[in-house]
Design a protein around this ligand. Structure first.
Ligand code: XBP
Ligand code: MG
Length: 251
C-alpha cells in the first residue's frame, strides 16, 4: 500500500481561475500603456496558452505578427503586466477554484506536504498566495516557479526539481494540473496526475487520456465534482483518500 505524502499543485487554472480574468486583462492593460495596439480576447488568449510563461507569450505573439519586439521590451511589458495582475488579484477578480481551500486544509491537517509547481513567475505566485490564502504560511511547504527552471512545462524539469527539493517520489506524490502542457510535464516526470479542466473550457481532449483522472473541479459538499475520465471520484468530492486510491491504482 502506497501512502500519500506529497501533493504538487499547479497554479494557473488549477488553484485559481487566473487566466481569463487575471493574466489576460493584465496583459491587455500593459499593452495599452506601451501603446501596443494588441487586444487579447478570450479566443486569442486560449490559443496563446500553449506558450508557457508570460514573457514567452508576448515574444511569440510579436513574432507571429512579424512585429520586431526585443526581449528587453518584452520584459518591461511583462513587468508592468505583473503590477496589473497584482491589482486584479487584490481586487478579488481572481477567485480560487472550487474545492481548493477545502482540500488544501484537509491535506495540511493530515501533515501532507504541498508544493507549488508552476510556469508563472514568483511575483505572480506571491500575489496570489498571500491574497487568497491569507498569508497562511503552512498552506504550502515550497514552490518551483518560472525562474527556477530552464525548460518549462511540458518539459518535466519543474516537477523533477520539486521532487529533488522536497524528497517526494513517484510512489508518494500526486500532481493536480489543469492543462495539457502541465499534464505532459507531470507524466514525463513519472508522476500520477489528476486534471481539473478549466471552468472556461470544460472540453475534454484526446491528450487528456493519459491523466489518471479528469474532473470538472475538486468539489465541495454542496457542489459535487463530475468524473469525466479515469478513477471515478466517490463520494464526488476530491479528498486525501481519493488521491491515495489514485496513487495505488495499477497503470
Ligand atoms: C501558466 C502560465 C503562466 C501564466 C502567466 O502556468 O503559463 O505563464 O499564464 O504568468 P501554470 P506569468 O499553469 O504552470 O501555473 O505572466 O507570471 O508568466
Ligand atoms: Mg495551469
Amino acid at each position: 500500500m502506497k501512502h500519500l505524502k506529497f501533493v504538487f499543485w499547479d497554479v494557473d487554472g488549477t488553484l485559481a481561475d487566473t487566466e481569463m480574468s487575471g493574466h489576460r486583462i493584465a496583459f491587455n492593460n500593459a499593452f495599452h500603456d506601451f501603446n501596443l495596439d494588441w487586444d487579447w480576447d478570450i479566443a486569442t488568449y486560449t490559443g496563446l496558452l500553449r506558450i508557457q510563461g508570460g514573457v514567452n507569450r508576448i515574444l511569440s505573439y510579436a513574432h507571429s505578427k512579424c512585429i520586431d519586439l526585443d526581449s528587453r521590451k518584452a520584459q518591461s511589458v511583462h513587468s508592468l503586466k505583473q503590477n496589473y495582475y497584482h491589482q486584479q488579484v487584490i481586487n478579488g477578480n481572481v477567485p480560487l477554484r472550487k474545492g481548493v481551500k477545502r482540500l488544501n486544509e484537509e491535506l495540511t491537517n493530515l501533515g501532507i506536504d504541498q508544493w507549488i509547481v508552476t510556469t508563472s513567475s514568483s511575483k505572480a505566485v506571491n500575489s496570489l498566495i498571500t491574497t487568497l490564502f491569507n498569508q497562511n504560511t503552512s498552506a504550502f511547504q515550497g514552490a518551483i516557479t518560472f525562474e527556477d527552471v530552464d525548460l518549462h512545462k511540458p518539459n518535466p524539469e519543474a516537477y523533477l526539481k520539486a521532487m529533488k527539493a522536497s524528497g517526494a517520489t513517484k510512489n508518494n506524490t500526486i500532481v493536480i494540473e489543469d492543462s495539457i502542457p502541465g499534464l505532459f510535464s507531470a507524466k514525463s516526470a513519472i508522476l500520477k496526475c489528476i486534471l481539473t479542466i478549466p471552468s472556461w473550457s470544460q472540453r475534454i481532449s484526446p491528450d487528456m487520456l493519459i491523466a489518471n483522472a479528469v474532473l470538472d473541479h475538486l468539489g465541495e459538499p454542496d457542489s459535487p465534482c463530475r468524473s469525466l475520465q479515469g478513477l471515478s471520484c466517490k463520494p464526488p468530492i476530491v479528498s486525501a483518500q481519493y488521491l491515495e486510491s489514485i496513487l495505488n491504482e495499477e497503470e
